[in-house]
Design a protein around this ligand. Structure first.
Ligand SMILES: C[S@@+](CC[C@H](N)C(=O)[O-])C[C@H]1O[C@@H](n2cnc3c(N)ncnc32)[C@H](O)[C@@H]1O
Length: 240
C-alpha cells in the first residue's frame, strides 16, 4: 500500500481514487471540517503572487485548486490535469455549474509526463497528490519544467507532524477517526487506512523543501497549516 513503488503504486492509487471519486469532496469536507477549501485558496494566492498569465494545477482531482487559481485576477486561464477520467468528469461538472468554462479547462494527463511545452505557465500547483505519486522527484521536475523562469511552483500536502504533544494528539484522529469516517461515508475503509499510512511514509517538510531546492528552485519555503498536519511549500524557477 503506502510502501508500494513505481507502476504498482500508480495502479493502486488509480484504483483507489476511481473507487472513491463520488465521495471524495464530501470526505475532504468531513475530514478537515471544511478547512481544505481555505488551504486551497491560500495555496492559489501564494502560487500566483506577483505573477500573471496561465496557471496549471496538477492531479487536480475534482478541480478545487484549479478553480481557485482561475478566480485569481492574476490568472488569465487555469488548466487542471488529472490521470483519471472519472475525476476530470467531476471537475468539469463543477466548472460548468459555476459558469467558469471560459476561465478554466480540465483534462486527463499524467503528472509524470505533462502534455505541455517547457516554460508554458506562470505557476503550477499540486494539492494532496504528491504523496500519491510513484516518482515524487519526477512529478516535481515536470511542474518545474512547464513553469516559466521566475514562475512559481506551490505544493499543498499532508505532512508528517513534528514530534510533540500535537502529533501524539492527532495520531488517533489520523489512524482511527479518518478510517472510521472512510468506512461509514465512503464505504471504503482501505482507502482511508492508506491515507494516514501514506503520510507516515511521506517526506518531512524540511526534506521536501530540500528536494525543491535540489531541483533548482530558489526562494524555497514552507508554511504549516491545519495545526501542523498540512504544509504548503513553494519555490521559484530561476531565470535564464
Ligand atoms: C488526493 S487526490 C487530490 C485531488 C485534488 N488535487 C485536491 O486537492 O483535492 C489525488 C489525485 O491525484 C490523481 N493522480 C494520481 N496519480 C496521478 C498521476 N500520475 N497523474 C495525474 N494525476 C494523478 C488522482 O487521480 C487523484 O485525483
Amino acid at each position: 500500500m503506502a510502501e508500494l513503488q513505481d507502476a504498482e503504486k500508480q495502479r493502486y492509487v488509480a484504483d483507489l481514487f476511481s473507487r472513491i471519486s463520488g465521495r471524495y469532496d464530501l470526505m475532504n469536507d468531513l475530514m478537515t471540517l471544511g478547512m481544505h477549501r481555505r488551504w486551497k485558496k491560500q495555496t492559489a494566492a501564494l502560487a500566483v503572487q506577483g505573477l500573471s498569465g496561465p496557471a496549471i494545477d496538477v492531479s487536480s482531482g475534482t478541480g478545487d485548486l484549479a478553480l481557485e487559481l482561475a478566480q485569481r485576477p492574476e490568472v488569465d486561464h487555469a488548466v487542471g490535469v488529472d490521470l483519471l477520467p472519472c475525476m476530470v468528469a467531476r471537475a468539469e461538472a463543477k466548472v460548468l455549474g459555476r459558469g467558469m468554462s471560459n476561465s478554466v479547462s480540465m483534462m486527463t494527463g499524467d503528472a509524470l509526463s505533462l502534455p505541455f511545452a517547457d516554460d508554458r505557465f506562470a505557476c503550477a500547483t499540486a494539492g494532496f497528490s504528491l504523496r500519491n505519486m510513484p516518482d515524487i522527484s519526477k512529478a516535481l521536475s515536470e511542474m518545474v519544467r512547464v513553469v516559466r523562469p521566475s514562475g512559481r511552483v506551490a505544493i499543498l500536502e499532508l505532512s508528517p507532524m513534528e514530534p510533540g504533544l500535537r502529533s501524539v494528539l492527532f495520531r488517533p484522529v489520523f489512524h482511527g477517526l479518518v478510517p472510521l469516517i472512510g468506512r461509514l461515508v465512503a464505504r471504503d475503509p482501505s482507502a482511508y487506512t492508506y491515507l494516514p499510512r501514506s503520510v507516515d511514509h511521506f517526506l518531512e517538510a524540511d526534506r521536501l523543501a530540500d528536494m525543491l531546492s535540489g531541483l533548482g528552485l530558489s526562494d524555497v519555503g514552507y508554511r504549516r497549516l491545519g495545526f501542523g498536519t498540512v504544509a504548503v511549500h513553494w519555490g521559484v524557477k530561476q531565470g535564464r
